[in-house]
Design a protein around this ligand. Sequence first.
Ligand code: FPP
Length: 257
Amino acid sequence: MLDRIGQMMVRKANQSEQRPVFDKAGEIPRHIAVIMDGNGRWAQKRNLPRIVGHRSGMQTVKEIVKAADSIGVQTLTMYAFSTENWKRPREEVDYLMKLPQEFLSTELEELIERNVRVRMLGDPQGLPPHTVEAMNIAEERTRQNTGLQLNFALNYGGRTEIVKAVQDLARKVQAGMLKPEEIDEAMLTQHLYTRDFPDPDLLIRTSGEIRLSNFMLWQLAYTELWFTDVLWPDFTKELFFEAIAEYQSRARRYGAV
Ligand code: FPP
């Protein structure tokens, strides 16, 4: 018995040495969600202020958006600021709030050319007006675009999103528009920020943390998870394709056999 376990462990170790190869003609995840983690540690390792890490992380965002677009990903959702990130020092929060504006000031024209549609997922209340305005302009100017759907999760919390959906449904029940027994998974899904998108097929998280951090808790139920120790500013399109290759090698069973 121990022998068999030993053989299985060796086989597993050998398997992990063989890196799957990304197949452009294979199945491309329709929706990829990304937790962009490790900006602060990237900066600390270089004795730089944390905000320099975020700035560098923004460059990675540009590269990954282009990579996703180039292979026909339909939806890319980037976790840019969580409802918990308000606990950070004021200076860092202020800086993070400026990034959407800065990103869009240099990228929006190219995104429009690429037929990318930009949207914000999250609660606009509580965000500074300049952040909301930058997102509104990007949403408005890309509204007709039918290519990559690029979502920035800003002031986003998975639990809050579900609570808001439940409140909406409760209001409909109270108004007599809906019976409690009519509420099902599909209906709840239609009351989430992500109502226009399929659930993510693949979640990528950088920086070695193996957790979801309140991101898309409902939507990730059957998502394939992929983690890397690489810090977000060091993440590259090659690693992005490696994550997709790994996705392509997995068998998704959704609870069946
Ligand atoms: C987590 O790293 C990262 C964030 C909270 C912010 C992510 C934002 C960007 C990458 C830029 C967003 C760009 C646009 C266009 C909106 P961390 O600071 O928690 O890193 P640490 O765990 O090493 O401290």
